[in-house]
Design a protein around this ligand. Structure first.
Ligand code: DGY
Length: 410
């Protein structure tokens, strides 16, 4: 494992831009929100100061309303679209950024980094704590449907082209989106990326929210895309619990956090569909989305148990050499190579594994870890992988995959 450990560390160092880490150069040339939280946890395995710096830099982009953007455009890079000129967020935050957020995994990793070395963490953690609370409060106020956390753009959920969004996306007619040039397909095979139909709607939704001036109330009410997301809900639920533990460690008040945890626990139950699977809920249409995705298996990470999901997990282990597929093998949506419609993602595997271990499903947690380790050892640190063959897909030399190796899989 020594050579692989060294290769993983080298990826983090190579993608380091001094205070923040690129997901991978070329395809994603800026600081991405949840990528950075995973990077911090990776750095914490060998450089705790650098881990804290990653999170501190990330929160330097927080808007005054508490929103933490999904991309911080520290330095212009023409190789990426859509850049700051398309988002039109001038004046909203301290540095150029996108106008939407991303899965709030940061509090969970801040807690783990703090627990690793409380002395090194006391000052940075004390500074981050109120910022994390403000960010979670923003979600609870503006992305909360009865305890289910929803997204207003597929990019906000991080799983850009997941089938959970299909019904909401199909209801959008991207009229007037205009001409634009994608840059992602110049870096990566188009068959591994979202389709043009998806992309037109991504850009149309950005233009629409921009037209609303990125006003929180207007976006939350009027955006035609509003889907409650199991990943967002379970991630925030978990992060709130971790923030409450940090409140105890720092001598801060946890009452508001505990109330959110109760609200989200009740909300997450509503994401369980009639088949017993946690899936998306299209709020504008009023129905579950019917997809068994890798996000469905984050129930344990949110501390909800489910015999049905354990059965689904065993099926995924049987069907795939390298689980967990981002879409159930055999479903009409399954595509082994296309981004969030089939491929296996190391980051989601790690979150699922942490949850399984927490909830006492030790054998499944270990099986998932071992198969993820084999996948990375055999096929490198790719963005994502074909769940059947292990073929690497998307970007290479990928920060969060290297971080998952260092922090969990190895
Ligand atoms: C992209 O541009 O593909 C990203 O996923 C958006 O965050």
């Amino acid at each position: 494992h020594l050579a692989l450990d060294q290769a993983a560390r080298a990826i983090l160092r190579k993608n380091d831009r001094g205070g923040y880490t690129l997901p991978t150069s070329g395809l994603y040339p800026y600081q991405w929100n949840w990528d950075s939280a995973f990077a911090a946890w990776g750095f914490a395995q060998f450089d705790i100061e650098r881990a804290w710096l990653e999170l501190t830099t990330l929160f330097s982009g927080q808007w005054p309303n508490g929103m933490l953007p999904h991309i911080l455009f520290h330095k212009p890079d023409p190789g990426y679209f859509p850049g700051p000129d398309v988002w039109g967020t001038e004046g909203k935050g301290p540095i150029p950024s996108s106008g939407i957020s991303q899965p709030p995994v940061a509090a969970t990793f801040a807690r783990m980094i703090y627990d690793k070395n409380p002395d090194a963490g006391r000052n940075p953690m004390a500074a981050l704590f109120p910022k994390l609370v403000a960010w979670h409060r923003w979600f609870m106020r503006w992305r909360n449907a009865d305890g289910m956390i929803f997204i207003t753009h597929p990019w906000e959920g991080g799983r850009d082209n997941a089938p959970d969004w299909d019904s909401a996306m199909q209801a959008i007619d991207p009229v007037g989106v205009g001409d634009y040039t994608r840059r992602d397909t110049a870096h990566v095979d188009a068959s591994m990326r979202p389709t043009k139909d998806d992309y037109d709607r991504y850009i149309w939704l950005v233009q629409r929210a921009r037209g609303l001036g990125w006003d929180d109330a207007a976006v939350a009410q009027d955006q035609p895309f509003k889907v409650a997301d199991p990943l967002m809900t379970f991630v925030l639920l978990r992060a709130n619990r971790d923030l409450a533990a940090l409140a105890d460690a720092l001598g801060e008040d946890r009452a508001e956090l505990d109330q959110w945890t109760a609200e989200l626990t009740a909300g997450a139950e509503k994401l369980r569909n009639t088949a017993g699977v946690f899936d998306g809920f299209n709020l504008n249409a009023g129905h579950h989305t019917g997809s068994v995705s890798n996000a469905s298996f984050l129930c344990w990470y949110g501390h909800l148990d489910s015999a049905q999901m354990l059965d689904e997990l065993h099926q995924a282990f049987d069907q795939c050499r390298y689980p967990v597929p981002s879409q159930k093998v055999g479903s009409d949506w399954f595509n082994a190579k296309r981004y969030w419609r089939g491929p296996t993602w190391g980051i989601v595997n790690m979150l699922i594994g942490l949850g399984l271990a927490d909830m006492g499903h030790k054998a499944e947690a270990e099986e998932l870890r071992a198969r993820t380790a084999a996948l990375m050892a055999e096929h490198g640190f790719a963005e994502y992988y074909d769940p059947l063959t292990g073929d690497p897909a998307g970007g290479g030399s990928f920060t969060w995959t290297a971080a998952v190796w260092l922090a969990w899989a190895s």
